[in-house]
Design a binder for this molecule. Structure first.
Ligand SMILES: [Fe+2]
Ligand SMILES: [Fe+2]
Length: 183
C-alpha cells in the first residue's frame, strides 16, 4: 500500500490498533517494546538501589555538616539528597510501568547499589566520597543509556535526564573541594 511505501518504518493503523488490544494487562508494555525487559528491570533496580544509598549518604552528610556549622555545604548536601529522592521516585515509577516490582528492600541494598555508603570523618572527606559516588553514578548511567539505545527510548530519556543531574552534582562537589583549597 502507498502509505507503507512512503513510511516503511511505521506500522499501519489497523495493525497498531489490533496489537494495542492484545495483552491489555501489560499496560504500557506493548508488543512493540523490543528491549529485554528482564535486563532493563534489573538495571533499573540497581539504579534505584544506587539512588537510595545516595539519599542515605547525603542525609548523613547533611546532618554531620550542620553539626559542625558548615551551613553552605550542608545546604548543598540536602539539595542533592532531595534530587536523588526524585530520581529514585522516577525510576520506581518506570519499573512499575514496565510491569516490574521496585526493590526497596533494605536486605542487600548496598550490594545492589553501584555507589557506596561512606560516612567520612571530615567535611572534606564527605565531599570527596560524594564526588566519587557521583562519578560512579555518571559512568553507570552512561552505560545504561548506551545499552538501551533505541530499544526503550522512554527509559533512556529518563536516564539521560538523571545523568545530566548527576553531572551537575559532581560539578558542584568539585567546586566545593576547590573552595577548600584543592585544585
Ligand atoms: Fe541521582
Ligand atoms: Fe547525584
Amino acid at each position: 500500500m502507498a502509505a507503507a511505501q512512503t513510511q516503511p518504518f511505521l506500522s499501519d493503523i489497523q495493525t497498531l490498533r489490533k496489537r494495542a488490544r492484545e495483552h491489555i494487562a501489560q499496560g504500557a508494555v506493548t508488543p512493540g517494546y523490543h528491549a529485554d525487559r528482564d535486563t532493563v528491570l534489573k538495571l533499573l533496580n540497581e539504579a534505584l538501589a544506587t539512588e537510595i544509598i545516595c539519599i542515605l549518604r547525603y542525609k548523613r552528610h547533611y546532618y554531620s555538616a550542620k553539626g559542625i556549622h558548615a551551613e553552605s555545604v550542608a545546604a548543598e548536601f540536602l539539595e542533592h539528597a532531595n534530587e536523588e529522592q526524585q530520581h529514585a521516585d522516577q525510576i520506581a515509577e518506570r519499573i512499575t510501568q514496565l510491569g516490574g516490582e521496585p526493590d526497596f528492600s533494605p536486605d542487600g541494598l548496598s550490594t545492589r547499589s553501584h555507589a557506596e555508603y561512606v560516612e567520612g570523618d571530615s567535611l572534606e572527606e564527605m565531599i570527596k566520597e560524594d564526588l566519587v559516588a557521583e562519578r560512579i553514578a555518571i559512568d553507570s548511567y552512561r552505560e545504561m543509556v548506551n545499552y538501551l539505545g533505541h530499544e526503550d527510548s522512554t527509559t533512556r530519556r529518563m536516564l539521560e535526564e538523571i545523568l545530566a543531574k548527576e553531572e551537575e552534582h559532581a560539578d558542584d562537589l568539585a567546586s566545593l573541594l576547590q573552595g577548600m583549597g584543592h585544585h
